[in-house]
Design a protein around this ligand. Sequence first.
Ligand code: PBG
Length: 326
Amino acid sequence: MSFPARRLRRLRVSEKMRELVQQTTLSPKDFICPVFVQEDLKTRVKVESMSEIERLPLDDVTDEVGTISDLGIPAIMLFGIPTQKDEVGSSAFDDNGIVQKAISQIKQNFGDKMVIMADVCLCQFTSTGHCGIIHGNKIDNDTSLDTLAKIAVSQAKTGVDTVSPSAMMDGQVAAIRNALDDKGFTDVSIMSHSAKHRSNFYAPFRDAAECAPKFGDRKTYQVPYTNAREAMMEVETDINEGVDIVMIKPALSYLDLIAETRRRFNIPVAAYSVSGEYALVKGASQLGYVNEKDITEEILYSIKRAGADMIVTYFAKSASRFLQES
Ligand code: PBG
């Protein structure tokens, strides 16, 4: 027998051969594109910490979603920035709130041609900047559940397809599912931020969405990044509560958890490649240390390879452009 017996390089000899044996694919169809819409805004505002990401006035939303749709991206994730904040986040469940207005505008213009997903959380809407309602010095989990359910129902009334709770309150999926079903919205699906970690990678987002906590941190509700089994329990709990799509967040430092979720459960798995992951790539490529397109491609492929069925990413538009070209 000649040595070496196994020559893996045989299947790397040409571009076409490499294409033939490629095991992971990436397409605009894998992406969910975040959209930030701000109440009372007249023109687009750039997000300082996230180059090329903007907050939009309501009037620009249809245009933006048109661009996203033309790129072949099937879904958006809406985040709202309200003018009024209060202790209970009332503007989040106002049927005339900024997110609700955006949803109905998009629904009217795109119908079933775009999956409208919306963040269900309180931190953009509360004066405290926390994801739940504060009583005394603590988050009141169960009162917060009622509010999260009200937000979901209000979004459903205006035409949301998928609500995406990100507050990390215990029981949020069950509370939302019950409330939606109770009001007849049995077709509205839930993509939960199931294992959302207490991560330092969210910093640029807080600039984009004005939702930094005014005191303390999110350690009493978000998953510690040291605990993989705890993350799996979060996923399992959401599945038991009737979630439709689970999410692991962030993505890049959490590929092990994406892979583990894929192996253990049959439910669709989303990964959220968060603002800090985006900012790292943008920063390094602006300094000329890495090639933005190449490194973005590698990161997104790695998230797919780990087992994600879909990726929420700020690279949705730019990556779709280069995928269409290649
Ligand atoms: C708010 C929310 C956050 C993100 C999505 N929804 C911030 C946080 O929990 O502090 C972060 C997303 C990102 O960084 O891209 N519930």
